[in-house]
Design a protein around this ligand. Sequence first.
Ligand code: ZN
Ligand code: MN
Length: 482
Amino acid sequence: MVSSPVTYEVIIGLEIHAQIATKTKMFCACSSQYFGREPNVNVCPICVGFPGQLPVLNQEGLRKGLRASMALGCEISRFSQFDRKNYFYPDLPKGFQISQLDFPVGKAGQIKIRTESGEKTIHITRLHLEEDAGKLTHIQGGTLVDFNRCGVGLMEIVSEPDLRSAADSVAYAKAIQNILRYSEASDADMEKGMMRFDASVSLRPVGETKLYPRSEIKNLNSFRSLETAIKFEIQRQEELWNKGEAPTFDTTVGYDDTTFKTYFLRKKEGADDYRYFPEPDLPPLEFEESFLEDLRKDLSEMPETRYTRYLEQYKLSESEALFLMEDKNLADYFDSVVKISEDPKKASTFVLSILLGLLKKDGRGLAEGNVKAQEIGELIQLINSGKLSMNLAKGEVFEEMFSTGKNPTQIVEEKGLGHLLSDEDLQMVITKVLENNEKSVQDYINGKQAAFQFLIGQCMKETKGKANPEKLKQILTQLLTK
Ligand code: ZN
Ligand code: MN
């Protein structure tokens, strides 16, 4: 007898390490800017763990950690504390990492993610602060160590096992990245190693509620490896389950992004293995209510709120709102255009279609263009006050703005493009066009609608785009029905 195959549910939780955006390290005054630097230039006795050196908490790092916790909807308690996580590794000269165990700065948060199967709420267990380790480079015959990153402030954000697929996990990781950027707690630049993921993956037969042993994939540093590593791990575990050899204990695995496979590293450590104890060199933290209140007030608008504002207040389409929301810099730029022009529809046309379209052609990003938000705002004002036609604005004027970075008012003046034709002038032009196109006029009288469009086109050509299209239609209709 053939038994029907068991189907499995995938259970995933993510730990995300994100570098806190501070100028200096978390517990000393060394620069935190290690990207592209010569090895071992940002070091001092504190961060390389000389005996007797005392750490001092970076206040800006603490504030940013709290802001990120608030932005992720976490509960913030008035009390927080640092602990020592003891382990020996060559990139950790102190022999312990300053981290937080029982009293993290944030707990029990949640965020919304959008996936192909709809919106989901993902719960966040905790956000705690800690310090980064140094960096090892293995070469033939030895290993090099660089302590520039040692002691740089990190936020570790731990999710509940609420994710059900590789796609969920990527959507969640991107949403976290966006929120960290909105709250200005981290630049979360993946290319610079500012955000890294550990993904815990397990399977269970559909219908069961208990959790089975998981494997934790360490140190994934791109959305792409997050996705492919999880997919591989799901498939690997599914094959084990099908053979009746489901995992019996938690493991830690690595991921090789040249073979796209995960590989066994070790049996997973539990909290007991680290002999945590309260960090004796740092006083526990107690926050005044007013201090937390000020941080909360300071928090800028978060992605979801902005999305809703774009839909409800600006009447943008869902795809426009989503596209803007997912890129804070672009959304800030767009908001500046709207602030000046008071016209979200036209702002969307000029920013999303025209400006981004032209930039994309050149393979450039928003920051590399030379059109300022202020100037697009002004351009829309020129259109809305009847001084410039939409056609000219979109065409000649914008092209000039894009290539030279010149101000639109200046361009309009230099090229003599402003001042739409007066009603009288327009009437004269139309009259002339009608005289020159007697056949089309006759066609129109005989009921051919296409003739009307043809005449409009002729008038536009004759006025070189300086006619208000509404006015043109109105006067033309009047003259034709005389
Ligand atoms: Zn230092
Ligand atoms: Mn950690």
